[in-house]
Design a protein around this ligand. Structure first.
Ligand code: MOS
Length: 741
C-alpha cells in the first residue's frame, strides 16, 4: 500500500490532478503514431545481422515481388540525406552512424526500409531482403579483443574538466584507513512503453513530422538539415510521449529516412519500429566499470577520494556521461582525483538514459561509502554526516543542501534506529532481513526558454510553449505557474505543448524543463500583470478601486493581452535564445556555475533474502527528497515513486545481455528483458522535504525527474549485504550471486 500524496505545505504546490489525465485514461491523448493521416504507406526497417564489416550486395527481387511493396530504401538510393555532425551535448543526432551501409558499425544497424501499402506487406518484404556481408570479428564489450581506448577528457567536451583537488595519492598513502574496490553496471535499455515511431506528411514543400520527441526544435531543425530544406518548412508535432527517459531527446536517422520516403512516394509514410529494433537503432545506457579508492580517518572523515570510470561507446562516437563530476562533489572530500576512460567497441552509440551520469557513478560511490562504514564499524548515516559539507573539495559552495535532513526524515519514517548492525542479525524465520540506505543526487539544470501567454478579459488564459510532457506532468505544472502568477484558477488555463510552431523550450533532458519553462511562463505572466496594473483611472483625483480583471481590461480597451517572454539564465551566452530556435539548447547548472546546484535525497530499502533459495524481495522503501520548490506534490510524488521503482528494477532485474561472439543484444524483448511487476514492488513511501533555493532560478525549482532512481540500486545492494554478508559489486543483484556453497 502506498501513502496518498502529502498535503501542500512550505514551498509545496497544490496536488492538482493532471490536466491531461482524462485524455490519457480515455484514450483521447494522441501519441506520435495515433495521428490519422490520409492514405498512409507503411514502413518496416531491415537491420544488419552482423556487427562489423561491409555490405557486399543486396538482393531485393524477392522483397519487391511481395504484393503492395512500393519502394525499398537502401544506402544506394538515400545519398541525398545530409550527414549531421554528432554532438553528445543535446540538440544533435543520436549517432554519427547515419549511413544505411555499406559499412556496418554495429549489429542491428538500419540497412534498408521497405515501404508498402500495408504494414504486413512491408514486414513480409523486409524479411525477404537478402543482404550479403563481408564480416569482421566484432568487439562486443569491455575485455573483448579489438576494443580501443580514449581518455575521455581529451575527446569528450563533457569530460574536459573533471574534478581534481589536492594530492589524493599522497593523502591516500597517509590515510589511517584505506579502502579500494571495483564496481560494474550493465547495459540497459530505456524500453519505454511507446515504441519509436515516425509519420511524415508532405504538403508541397512543407513537411509535417509526427514523432514522440523530447525536443521539438531539435527534431525540426535537424530534420531540415538532414533533408537540406528550410526549417521554416518543417512542422514537428508531439503533444504526448509514451515514455522517453532520454531515448527520444536526440534526432534519429530513421526520421530523415521516413521523410525522404514520403517525399519520393508522394504519400504519407508511417514507421513503427519493433521493440528489438529500438535496442540497436536508437540509444541505450552503456555498461560501466569503476575503481574507487578512499583514504579516511578513524572517525570517518574522508581525506582522499579517487574515482576512475570506464564507459563503453561505439567505434566513432565519444559519448561519455562522466559522472565522477557528481560523485566527487557529493561529500566534503579532502582531496579528489578522477579519471574516465572511453572504450570503443562495435556497438551502437549509447545516449542519455534517465540520470545518465549519476545512476552508474553514484551506485559505485554509495556502495563504497557503505563498505567503508562497515570497515570503520560506523553507522552509514553517521559516516555521511561526518562528510557532509557546505562546499566541495575545490571550495565551491552549495546553493542549498538538505542531504542530512533527508536522511533524518527518511530514517525516522523507516525506523532505522531499530537496525541491528551485524549482517544477518535481523532474521525473520526463513527470511534474512536487510536494511540499507544510499544518497540520491542530481544536478539542477536550467536553460534558455521562451513562452507565450494570452490572458482574456473573461479570466481564461492560454499558455503556449514547445515543451514536452514525457509523462512527467508538464502540462499541469506549467498551467499551475500561469494560474498562480495571473491569479486565476488552474481550470481557467489551457496549456499547449509539443508543437514546433510554438515558442521553443529546451530539450526535456537533465530534468531542466519545469525550471526553464516555468521561468519563461512566469516572465510572460508578469509582463501581462504589468500591463494590467498601468495607472488606474482616477475618479475625483483618487485612484478608482478597481481590482476586477474585467474592469482592468475595459480600462485598457482590449479584450486580451498576449505576452511572449524569453528567459535567459544568468551567465548564458547572449545568443542562447537564437541557438534555442536553431535547435541548440544551452543547459547550465550542476557544478558549472558559481555554486553547486543539486537536488538531493536519501533512500532506505528493506530487502528479504530467503535463507535457502536466495529469492530476493523488496517489501519496503522510503525515500526523502529535497529539490527546492515543488510545483505539484501529486506529480512529484509520482515521479519519485516511479524513480525508486526503476531503481529496484536496476538493482535486481535489468540487464541487456550481449553475445560476445557476435556483439549482439540477446534479450531484446519484454519477455527476456526483466523489469519489475506489481508483485515485485510493495510499499513505497515518499517524503517531500521542504527546501527553499532562490539562487537556482526565478521559480526556485531544482528538477525532480531524474533524482529518485539514483540512490536505489546502491541502497538495495547495501541492504542485501546487511541481510547476507555478501557484497555484490556488479549489477543486477540476482539470486545466483547470493548462492554460497
Ligand atoms: Mo533525461 S536522460 O536527461 O531525458
Amino acid at each position: 500500500m502506498n501513502r496518498a500524496a502529502p498535503e501542500p505545505k512550505d514551498n509545496m504546490g497544490e496536488p492538482a490532478p493532471r490536466l491531461d489525465g482524462r485524455l490519457k485514461v480515455t484514450g483521447e491523448a494522441r501519441y506520435g503514431s495515433d495521428f490519422a493521416v490520409g492514405n498512409p504507406a507503411h514502413a518496416f526497417l531491415v537491420t544488419s545481422t552482423i556487427a562489423s564489416g561491409r555490405i557486399d550486395g543486396m538482393d531485393l527481387d524477392e522483397a519487391k515481388a511481395v504484393p503492395g511493396v512500393l519502394e525499398i530504401f537502401t544506402h544506394e538510393n538515400t545519398a541525398e540525406l545530409k550527414p549531421l555532425k554528432y554532438s553528445p551535448g543535446g540538440g544533435g543526432p543520436t549517432t554519427s552512424i547515419q549511413d544505411f551501409g555499406p559499412d556496418i558499425k554495429h549489429d542491428g544497424q538500419i540497412v534498408a526500409m521497405v515501404v508498402a501499402d500495408t504494414y504486413e506487406a512491408a514486414r513480409e518484404a523486409a524479411n525477404k531482403v537478402r543482404v550479403r556481408y563481408q564480416t569482421k570479428p566484432p568487439s562486443a564489450t569491455f575485455g573483448s579483443a579489438g576494443t580501443s581506448e580514449d581518455d575521455a577528457s581529451e575527446v569528450s567536451e563533457r569530460a574536459k574538466d573533471l574534478p581534481q583537488a589536492g594530492d589524493a595519492d599522497a593523502a591516500y598513502a597517509a590515510a589511517e584507513v584505506k579502502f579500494e574496490a571495483e564496481y560494474a553496471t550493465p547495459t540497459q535499455h530505456h524500453n519505454a512503453i511507446e515504441l519509436f515511431t515516425t509519420t511524415c506528411v508532405w504538403n508541397d514543400d512543407k513537411l509535417t513530422i509526427y514523432e514522440p520527441s523530447q525536443f521539438m526544435y531539435g527534431l525540426k531543425t535537424n530534420a531540415a538539415k538532414n533533408l537540406d530544406i528550410d526549417p521554416a518548412n518543417v512542422h514537428a508535432v508531439s503533444p504526448f510521449v509514451g515514455g522517453a527517459f532520454g531515448s527520444k531527446a536526440q534526432f534519429s536517422p530513421r526520421t530523415g529516412l521516413v521523410a525522404l520516403a514520403a517525399k519520393r512516394l508522394n504519400r504519407p509514410v508511417k514507421l513503427v519500429m519493433t521493440r528489438d529494433q529500438g535496442f540497436t537503432a536508437q540509444t541505450y545506457r552503456a555498461e560501466t566499470r569503476h575503481r574507487i579508492r578512499i583514504g579516511a580517518r578513524r572517525d570517518g572523515k574522508i581525506d582522499s577520494f579517487t574515482h576512475e570510470g570506464w564507459e563503453l561507446t561505439s567505434r566513432p562516437d565519444a559519448y561519455s556521461v562522466a559522472g565522477v563530476e557528481d560523485s566527487a562533489r557529493l561529500y566534503g572530500f579532502g582531496t579528489v582525483k578522477t579519471h574516465v576512460t572511453l572504450v570503443h567497441a562495435d556497438r551502437n552509440t549509447p545516449g542519455f538514459m534517465r540520470s545518465p551520469p549519476v545512476v552508474p557513478y553514484i551506485y559505485a560511490l554509495e556502495n563504497a561509502i557503505d563498505e567503508l562504514a562497515v570497515k570503520l564499524d560506523m553507522d552509514p548515516i553517521e559516516l555521511r554526516r561526518v562528510n557532509d559539507s557546505t562546499a566541495d573539495a575545490t571550495g565551491k559552495p552549495w546553493s542549498s543542501r538538505s542531504l542530512m535532513r533527508c536522511y533524518d526524515e527518511a530514517a525516522a519514517r523507516f525506523g532505522w534506529s531499530r537496525r541491528q548492525r551485524q549482517p544477518g542479525a535481523m532474521r525473520d524465520g526463513d527470511w534474512l532481513v536487510g536494511w540499507g540506505c544510499a544518497s540520491a543526487v542530481y544536478p539542477t539544470h536550467v536553460g534558455a526558454a521562451t513562452a507565450r501567454v494570452r490572458l482574456l478579459a473573461s479570466g481564461k488564459a492560454l499558455v503556449q510553449v514547445a515543451a514536452h510532457d514525457i509523462g512527467t506532468g508538464t502540462y499541469t505544472v506549467v498551467g499551475q505557474m500561469a494560474a498562480e502568477r495571473l491569479g486565476i484558477p488552474l481550470s481557467a488555463v489551457t496549456v499547449e505543448l509539443g508543437d514546433s510552431d510554438l515558442p521553443p523550450a529546451p530539450v526535456a533532458g537533465g530534468s531542466n524543463q519545469t525550471a526553464s519553462c516555468c521561468s519563461a511562463v512566469m516572465k510572460a505572466c508578469d509582463a501581462i500583470n504589468t500591463k494590467l496594473s498601468q495607472p488606474p483611472e482616477t475618479v475625483g483625483g483618487r485612484a478608482a478601486r478597481d481590482d476586477k480583471l474585467e474592469d482592468k481590461f475595459r480600462r485598457l480597451g482590449v479584450g486580451a493581452i498576449e505576452e511572449y517572454a524569453e528567459y535567459l539564465p544568468p551567465g548564458s551566452k547572449p545568443d542562447a535564445i537564437k541557438n534555442l530556435y536553431a535547435g541548440q539548447p544551452s543547459l547550465g547548472g550542476g557544478a558549472s556555475g558559481d555554486k553547486l546546484m543539486y537536488a538531493l535525497g536519501a533512500e532506505f530499502i528493506e530487502v528479504r533474502v530467503h535463507a535457502r533459495t536466495r529469492e530476493i524481495r523488496v517489501p519496503r522503501m522510503v525515500g526523502a527528497f529535497a529539490a527546492g520548490r515543488i510545483m505539484n506534490t501529486r506529480t512529484a510524488h509520482s515521479q519519485y515513486m516511479g524513480g525508486m521503482i526503476w531503481g529496484v528494477s536496476s538493482a535486481l532485474h535489468e540487464a541487456t545481455e550481449i553475445d560476445p561472439r557476435v556483439a549482439r543484444y540477446v534479450n531484446d524483448n519484454f519477455a527476456d528483458y526483466l523489469i519489475p511487476v506489481n508483485a515485485d514492488i510493495q510499499e513505497v513511501d515518499i517524503i517531500l522535504v521542504p527546501e527553499r533555493d532562490d539562487f537556482v532560478n526565478p521559480v526556485g525549482v531544482k528538477g525532480i525527474g531524474e533524482l529518485a532512481n539514483v540512490g536505489t540500486a546502491a541502497a538495495v545492494a547495501n541492504a542485501v549485504y546487511h541481510a547476507t554478508g555478501i557484497r555484490v559489486r556488479e549489477l543486477p543483484i540476482r539470486l545466483e550471486k547470493l548462492l554460497t556453497s
